[in-house]
Write a protein that binds this ligand. Structure first.
Ligand code: ADP
Length: 216
């Protein structure tokens, strides 16, 4: 279903979110006080408005309460981000999501009622560290309680071997899928023959996954 989103601040983060939402088929209103920035994105988003997102009267005109969610993606200027979040709450925006820069910024926007708060630089830093420490691991999703879903690229050539050769202990690790390019084989049968460049999508706890992948 097509949704409507608004993004306050079209820096690198705001632009990336907006363009991807449009690609996914949603409508995106972008707001930036910088005319050049707004003009650059005029063709990429559904609508772009040049406005100061800290000015309550300007925000009111945009009728932001009709949007499914509003993202505050004002980068460096924490004060502007806080002020904008405060106005969005008083204008009854349905869901306010905020990009936070510091722990204090996070606490303030949380108190103001922001539904979701992101720390893109920090979160991306953790991701990069994980993949640097485990070069075979291409991506991961932390499920909590030390369980992860990981996508690994086995180092050794596994061409034309049944995946049962991998000796996965089903009590510890589940092979959820095998990815090959864009095609995905969900829960492959034990006689599935692995091909060069297959990626394994595994679910398990951190220790078991680390032990298993170090042997690949
Ligand atoms: P990023 O880390 O996402 O690149 P930036 O700080 O570079 O963040 O970008 C933030 C964007 O927010 C800039 O395009 C800037 O013009 C815009 N911006 C800053 N203050 C306001 C404001 N008060 N109202 C609207 N847009 C703003």
């Amino acid at each position: 279903m097509k949704k409507q989103f608004a993004i306050m601040g079209l820096g690198g983060f705001g632009e990336a979110v907006g363009v991807e939402l449009v690609r996914l088929g949603h409508e995106v209103l972008g707001v930036d006080s910088d005319e050049t920035k707004a003009n650059q994105l005029a063709d990429k988003l559904t609508q772009v408005v040049i406005a100061d997102a800290t000015d309550e009267a300007s925000l009111k005109e945009l009728k932001l309460e009709r949007f499914d969610a509003v993202l505050v993606a004002i980068g460096e200027n924490i004060e502007a981000s806080i002020l904008c979040t405060m106005h969005l709450e008083s204008l009854k925006a349905r869901e306010v999501w905020v990009k936070a820069i510091t722990p204090t910024h996070h606490k303030i926007v949380e108190k103001l009622g922001a539904e979701r708060i992101f720390h893109p630089e920090y979160e991306m830093g953790l991701r990069v560290a994980q993949t640097m420490a485990h070069p075979n691991m291409l991506d991961y999703l932390a499920l909590g309680d030390n369980y992860f879903v990981i996508e690994v690229r086995p180092g050794e050539v596994l061409d034309d071997r049944p995946f049962s050769d991998l000796k996965i202990d089903p009590d510890k690790i589940r092979l959820l899928a095998i990815k090959h390019g864009n095609s995905v084989t969900f829960e492959p049968a034990p006689d599935y023959r692995l091909r060069r460049n297959d990626h394994l999508v595994l679910l398990g706890d951190e220790k078991a996954l680390r032990e298993f992948t170090s042997g690949l």
